[in-house]
Design a protein around this ligand. Structure first.
Ligand code: ZN
Length: 184
């Protein structure tokens, strides 16, 4: 007797394979499961159920795909940071607080970047000035420089865009300079 589905409480779970089944590898990264990968699936609502070992098995199959995507994304981020901030890979590593060569392991697709590190690189790519602030300070937790940077950001970036309404210019198509009373 197969298990009852805890989603709809109607169907029963049976191993199912097939195309078009998406799996969340990690936040923001969803991939299609291999068509021959069996997952206990509800016969009524279609919900898929993964236990720890099945999840690990799916991740092992999809890891090369994820690492290739991560490599593309990280290469883009690091190139953007180097270009916008005018810094080296070593500077990026120092600004992130990771050990030398860590970035190159990631860029070669050898290991997974943590979500916080990925988030930091994304922020650096958008706000390259933050790379310099971190490189200039002994500690990234420098209260005074953080406050200055926050206030500078408030002054420059986060004002509501100002839309100035300007009326269309009015032209007097009958205007004749010879009859211009203002010239008199
Ligand atoms: Zn169900």
């Amino acid at each position: 007797m197969s298990e009852i589905c805890t989603e709809c409480l109607e169907g029963r779970l049976e191993p199912r394979s097939g195309e078009g089944r998406m799996f969340t590898y990690r936040r923001g990264s969803r991939y299609e499961l291999p068509a021959d990968f069996d997952v206990p699936t509800c016969s009524v609502c279609g919900a898929m159920f993964f236990d720890e070992s099945l999840r690990e098995a799916a991740k092992a199959l999809l890891r090369p795909t994820y690492l290739a995507d991560q490599r593309t994304h990280l290469t883009f981020l690091v190139e953007t940071i180097r270009e916008k901030a005018g810094v080296s890979n070593r500077d990026v590593e120092r600004a992130c607080g990771v050990t030398p060569t860590y970035l190159s392991h990631l860029l070669k697709g050898r290991k997974e970047a943590s979500e916080p590190l990925m988030g930091l690189l994304e922020a650096f790519a958008i706000y390259p000035a933050e790379v310099h602030r971190r490189l200039q300070r002994e500690s990234a937790h420098d209260t005074a420089s953080v406050r200055m940077a926050v206030h500078a950001e408030e002054d420059i970036v986060w004002h509501e865009p100002v839309h100035v309404w300007s009326p269309a210019p009015e032209y007097d198509f009958d205007f004749d300079p010879a009859n211009d009373v203002r010239a008199a």
